[in-house]
Write a protein that binds this ligand. Structure first.
Ligand code: GAL
Length: 370
């Protein structure tokens, strides 16, 4: 019952916001959070390219991780007469005013990559965020063969993302839920005792902040020679800070398993050099393709539901989810969730180079194909 009602609500939302079916003269406003985190520069470029190739005029803004600036940027996009908004929120809880304005102006809003906690979010396009965390946790389980650890104990610390970013909780929960059975069994030991999200979170995903927190943990709990076996980091910008802390403040051997996400170029270097163990790659170009196709359908007043995926003809997997992402209690935002992939030194060629996303340069490292 709930599912059909939700689908009906989504269909009504799409219908109510329908506008003529041509891209002629239609304008799309794209609001990205920052350029200081590598991936968003690519997101902005891919989205702009996709929409312009489809005939839309595009206005692209970056808000320097400044919440108020993002509100102003989106208000300016609305004033400039955009027909649809694509927004990756700096703080998913802090856009109510501007989302009310978008709803008032009958402007559909696609929440891009990060959920906006407002019922005006017409659709959510992202990767399966919980699975990102599961992949990180499972990598640890498999690498240490925790299933067969016997009475061995491995020490682990957690570094999560920005508490203002709705994704961060999903990443952390996916990893923690995967590893919790081994923590409960005593096979994994969180020496600092820091396991609740708010304690291990990293404001704005900031590398320096992640580094300083890990330096404090190493100084407080590992200076006596205690071995650190795993640093579970939710993304690459925090993994970079944790890696720097381990290099500067950890006396043990450099066999610490360090996880990440986004396949940032600097982190791929660390993966090639054996300083970081893995990242989780999300094909942003595909995320932009889904966003464009959903936007076109919304603007054309077409039905956007589970059947849309079959008709879209994408050459990659994408799930339609009407249960996981509530914008307010009981109101689910229909979501299109793409599939993340583990990347390690062993499969960089297969996961990143073969599909044409990255290329290897003469220095032996891997760089995104511009
Ligand atoms: C998340 C995003 C991740 C992560 C972080 C920093 O919302 O899904 O890719 O890197 O932001 O950009």
């Amino acid at each position: 019952m709930k599912k059909s009602l939700v689908v009906m609500a989504a269909l009504m939302a799409a219908t109510v916001m329908a506008v003529p079916a041509s891209a002629e003269g239609e304008k799309v406003g794209i609001s990205m959070p920052t350029q200081s985190l590598e991936r968003w520069n690519r997101d902005g470029a891919y989205l702009k390219e996709q929409f312009e190739e489809a005939g839309y005029e595009v206005e692209l803004t970056y808000s320097d991780n400044d919440q108020q600036k993002q509100v102003n940027d989106i208000q300016n996009l609305i004033s400039d007469g955009v027909n649809l908004l694509v927004v990756s929120a700096i703080d998913g809880q802090a856009l109510n005013t501007v989302m009310d304005e978008a709803v008032e102006a009958n402007i559909p809003v696609i929440a891009y990559d990060r959920l906006i906690m407002h019922d005006g979010s017409t659709y959510y396009v992202s990767f399966d965020n919980y699975t990102v965390g599961v992949l990180q946790g499972q990598y640890v389980v498999d690498t240490l063969d925790l299933e067969n650890a016997g009475d061995k104990v491995y020490n682990i610390e957690f570094t999560a993302g920005d508490p203002a970013d709705n994704n961060a909780g999903f990443f952390f929960n996916g990893a923690f839920d995967t590893l919790k059975p081994y923590i409960d069994a005593g096979t994994l030991n969180v020496v600092s005792g820091q396991t609740d999200f708010d304690t291990v979170a990293t404001a704005q995903w900031d590398t320096q902040t992640a580094m300083e927190r890990m330096q404090n943990i190493l100084g407080s709990y590992y200076a006596d020679g205690t071995q650190l076996d795993v640093a579970l980091c939710s993304n690459d910008s925090t993994a970079m800070g944790v890696t720097q802390a381990i290099e500067s403040d950890y006396a043990g051997d450099n066999t610490v398993i360090i996880t990440g996400q986004d396949a940032d170029e600097a982190n791929l270097k660390n993966i090639v050099d054996g300083k970081q163990s893995m990242s989780v790659y999300k094909a942003l170009a595909n995320e932009a393709i889904v966003t464009l196709d959903v936007a076109k359908a919304i603007l054309a007043g077409e039905t956007v539901d589970e059947s849309f995926i079959e008709s879209a003809g994408w050459e990659f997997d994408c799930a339609y989810d009407v249960e996981s992402y509530e914008t307010t209690p009981g109101h689910v935002c229909p979501s299109f969730l793409l599939v993340p992939n583990v990347v390690t030194a062993d499969n960089i060629e297969e996961v990143l180079v073969a599909p044409g996303y990255y290329e290897q340069h003469d220095d032996g490292y891997y760089y995104a194909v511009q």
